[in-house]
Design a protein around this ligand. Sequence first.
Ligand code: ADP
Ligand code: MG
Length: 326
Amino acid sequence: MQNTNNHEVILSVKNMVKDFPLGQSSSNNLMRAMNDVSFELRKGEALAIVGESGSGKSTGARILTRIYDKTAGDIYFKGEPLDSYIKKNGSLEYARQVQMIFQDPFGSLNPVHSIYHHIARPLTIHKRAGKEAIPTLVYELLEMVGLFPVKETAEKYPHELSGGQRQRVAIARALAVSPEVILADEPISMLDVSVRLGILNLMADLKDKHGISFMYITHDIATARYFAEKTAVMYVGHMVEWGPSDSVTQTPQHPYTQLLLSAVPEAGKSGRRELGAKKGEIPLWRPSSKGCPFASRCYKASEKCAESIPAPTMISEGHYVRCNHL
Ligand code: ADP
Ligand code: MG
């Protein structure tokens, strides 16, 4: 796997916090969906954000696409604070450069419009091409995502395609505006197992050949290892372990990362070698909560873990862990 550490940082997040109101009662009744989250996306690199449901992965992507406001923290795009980048270049330009792909490719396509329409539309909105050039560009994009024959595919409607083909259309639509970054939120988890690898390989191609940076959100650490150079493991809004995917998955240090990896079925082995985790509750994190969020499920937990989550420890080049029991 290529080392992309020297690649330019495109998008970075520093000490991000996101609180949501719980119910409608009082504005003090909050849950903390992201707590002190920091990461960066480099050119042509994929960062996988791995964690179970509710860990704050989608919230991060929604903040980056400005669907949600952050509660605290800083975002930088191409070295500049995001607000000042947008002031200078406009929000449409930022939206062009940071595209999103969703879990459900059917939900993200409009059933009454043809595939051609879906891909031509962003070309028009973002003024990527004159009217005459659009058909050629649409066909080129369909070819790029492996949808053949291109003309016949363009005439079809979303319901005439398979899940995998629809996700390829969603990717073509994102590519139409030549983005720098694609935020892919569980892009293969709703697809048939047989087509998942094809979509991952397509995204890998776009990353390696076209220099697109990916944030790859998944609950499956096995695909993170396959696709992404870097992996960050999240639990209840906290990054607990992150670094080069090889290092994180081959020498996991945090008990939660170890638990995720122990649940991955290995080729040639029958059954799962699942680590003994306690069946504790997943905590509801509040702004006033303290300690390690995994403590209630962790077999290593001690009193210290109820008090604080330590600062990150670097255990090898670029590989960090937040655990009291290393
Ligand atoms: P993931 O994508 O890792 O499954 P999310 O980022 O969707 O997790 O959610 C993290 C937490 O934030 C969850 O507890 C979820 O209920 C909460 N949350 C997400 N979006 C909202 C919202 N718009 N309003 C209130 N709570 C939200
Ligand atoms: Mg999600």
